[in-house]
Ligand binder design. Sequence first.
Ligand SMILES: Cc1ncc(COP(=O)(O)O)c(C=O)c1O
Length: 443
Amino acid sequence: MDGREPGGEGRSGADPQAVSAWAVDRVAAAAERIAPLAALHTTAVKGGLARVLAAFAAERLGPHHFASVSGYGHGDLGRAVLDRVFARVLGAEAAAVRLQFVSGTHAIAAALFGVLRPGDRLLALTGRPYDTLEEVIGLRGTGQGSLAEFGIHYDELRLEPNGMVDSAGLADALAVPTRLVLIQRSCGYSWRPSLRLAAIGELIERVKALQPSCVCFVDNCYGEFVEACEPPAVGADLIAGSLIKNPGGTIAPTGGYVAGRAELVEQACCRLTAPGIGSEGGTGFDLYRLLFQGLFLAPQMVAEALISAELVAAVFDGLGYAVQPLPGGERGDVIQAVQFGAAPPLQTVCRAFQACSPVGAYLDPVPAPMPGYASELVMAGGSFIDGSTSEFSADGPLRPPYVLFSQGGTHRCHAELALERALNALAEAGQLPDRQNRSIRSD
Ligand SMILES: Cc1ncc(COP(=O)(O)O)c(C=O)c1O
């Protein structure tokens, strides 16, 4: 801890957003620590933006692509250009970008149900998939038409205790015929490093060497624009993601995408719409401009989110909490995890972040059940698009080891303001590790 003590005089006393000078100083010190990293993330925007601009130019994007055909949506020019733009940006043979996908979970489910057939085997290579996929696979709940209920056999290669993929166990796990392997790029709600594209590429290469016809599927949620290319460039056959996260640039109002080999994209679309309609139906409700504009803004937004993540890491690492990844650590997604070890500080931080949200700052986030999740969640997600988490936000399942997962941040100063407030609240509640004379650092 530096010279100033928690609780000292800070910004304007009458201001309800007032925080102590100690909190302001801690965040400023963290911002200084990560300044070289911030510069690197900012530099990387150029490459991502160049990818988007090249795709727009190659597809001759014009204002006439912003409108849609109503009803069936057959022959919709805007939709066709949007699909081709996304395919180029994602390095895929084809893509289907649809507002009819409710979420990332829905796009992933369409991909899995579209490709897998009764009797097929699905193998998760990155441990237990994200919480909302448990009911899709059939690991939780009954009577909803899960993959298990349609006769798809599921297995999982557990992660190593350090959160890494069990590469030594891969050959055994693939000793039986497997139709599809699921690779999750982002950490989700687990305490594990996100996967970098080089690691995803190596994994896919090994899978293909063992079973050449096995479909390599990547859950790409929260990963877009974090690196210079996307999973199809390292051999992924099919990927899926959410439009209201990274590629929506805070502008896309809803939706998701699938991308990859054309035949697999079509199978996923047949699940979204109906066999025979596939990718050829579905209106864009005259909202395509928002999807193109969101994609245009996405590289910049992702860079700011990465800078915000570095800041969160530096602030909480500086206080002695375990953080994943460390400032400057390898990142394959925009998520920053902080381990609190108990529910009260996790809730205090969420409350402070919510109070700094652009929408719903007056709300008190209380742990609550959420469709698709087994655990209660506490969510500080006052974003303009419901559930997008793209403005600076944080959430976590209320289960040990009580990890806060923060993400988003369209401006790094939003993260700074929210962090100042969180430190202030932790200090006021006597929930800082120094105050309690204990450390929850695990390493
Ligand atoms: C790794 C991962 N996969 C899938 C999802 C599901 O996305 P959505 O919330 O859009 O359904 C999430 C959401 O946080 C995620 O982190």
